[in-house]
Ligand binder design. Structure first.
Ligand code: NAP
Ligand code: GDD
Length: 325
């Protein structure tokens, strides 16, 4: 069923981009997305292929750093909804590439907001903000009113992206919402993030392809949900009459150690026999614990997560076993 609506996604080749594209196609949207030109274009759409939707979306060459390209693209597509998911999104890399992270993850948001303000001011805008902005947490449970204290160049850039979205909403009356999403994962998660590193590592050990899994700070705690649930919250935000900011989280926090245990146990392995702590994998400044309060999203959007951490880790281990077999 054709909804008559067009969506434009940056970051469509990433984890959330793929799941959001699938959700929007399901709802009858025309789905378009920005893709960075690559010399290995054949692997660009690997996540879209995993979901079997690579032929159903329209991919347009571009980059968040290139305002002129964004202006032309928005003018041509005339989207009803714009989802800004593109970012240098790996926290650890942001100490290695602080300037690039600032430009893409921070200023890139202004590029896209400018393109929308000039070419499609009636569109609705979603900014992918992050629980990393809470960093050194100022309240045990973080909500929309908790003060921010970013602890990495990535989090500092996201904070800029968050406030410029709020500012454009207030300055130009744009329908611009910011989703403060806590960690969310899936079988499509990048291999460098801890859940996928663990499920891939456990699958390798199970299949006799490796014997150890090296991790950094396993005492860190995260509020983990499933990407499939979280992209639904993004869409819901843009269906509201009034734009606003929302925390999206499960309200449960778990250590990296316990998340890891779920993966090893599902594979019938003893974690202590394989886990090695590597000091090189610790971060210059750590976010020790994150725990989100999703009450506003529940009450105003009617959003609730459907997939538990255990179900998700089991799904991820099984997907990695299939991939590696
Ligand atoms: P991801 O898998 O790392 O995807 C990032 C996307 O951004 C990829 O499509 C990537 O393209 C694209 N990108 C990178 N640099 C770009 C540039 N200069 N111009 C245009 N696109 C660029 O991230 P994700 O997990 O799907 O997360 C989506 C968004 O939500 C990100 O902004 C992330 O920071 C934010 N977020 C994520 C979480 C989480 O737990 N997953 C939580 C809170 C917020 P390539 O494929 O070419 O690299
Ligand atoms: N990646 C990784 N690799 N993390 C490890 C490792 C390891 O070997 N060992 C321990 N950790 C710890 C990290 O120190 C961190 O405390 C925690 O595991 C989670 O790390 P990541 O999975 O890399 O995610 P993140 O919390 O830093 O960032 C993710 O979530 C943010 C939302 O809070 C990313 O998706 C960000 O883009 C997102 O904004």
């Amino acid at each position: 069923m054709d909804s008559g609506k067009t969506a434009f996604l940056t970051g469509i080749t990433g984890q959330d981009g793929a799941y959001l594209a699938a959700l929007l196609l399901d709802k009858g949207y025309r789905v378009t997305g920005l893709v960075r030109r690559s010399s290995t274009a054949e692997i660009n759409d690997i996540r879209l292929k995993w979901l079997g939707i690579e032929k159903d979306v329209e991919l347009i060459d571009g980059d968040l750093l290139d305002l002129s390209g964004l202006l032309r693209t928005i003018k041509e597509i005339r989207p009803d909804e714009i989802y800004n998911l593109g970012a240098q999104s790996f926290v650890k890399s942001s100490w290695q590439q602080p300037l690039l992270t600032g430009q893409v993850t921070g200023l890139g948001v202004t590029n896209l907001l400018e393109a929308m303000r000039i070419e499609a001011p009636e569109a609705r805008f979603y900014q992918a903000s992050s629980s990393e902005m809470y960093g050194l947490i100022q309240e045990d449970m973080q909500s929309e009113t908790t003060p921010f204290y970013p602890r990495s160049p990535y989090a500092v850039a996201k904070l800029y992206g968050h406030w410029i979205t709020v500012n454009y909403r207030e300055s130009f009356d744009l329908h611009a919402s910011s989703g403060i999403l806590f960690n969310h994962e899936s079988p499509l998660r990048g291999i460098e993030f801890v859940t996928r590193k663990v499920t891939d590592g456990v699958a390798r050990i199970k299949l006799g392809k490796a014997n150890e899994l090296r991790l950094g700070n396993i005492d860190a705690k995260r509020d983990w949900g499933h990407s499939k649930d979280y992209v639904r919250a993004m869409w819901l935000m843009l269906q509201q009459d009034v734009a606003d900011d929302y925390v999206v989280a499960t309200g449960v926090t778990t250590t990296v150690r316990d998340m890891c245990k779920i993966a090893f146990e599902h594979a019938g392995l003893n974690m202590e026999d394989h886990l090695v702590i590597d000091q090189d994998l610790f971060r210059p400044a750590e976010v020790d614990v994150l725990l989100g309060n999703p009450t506003k999203a529940k009450e105003k959007l009617g959003w609730e997560p459907a997939i538990s951490l255990e179900e998700m880790i089991v799904e991820m281990v099984d997907a990695d076993l299939v991939r590696l077999s």
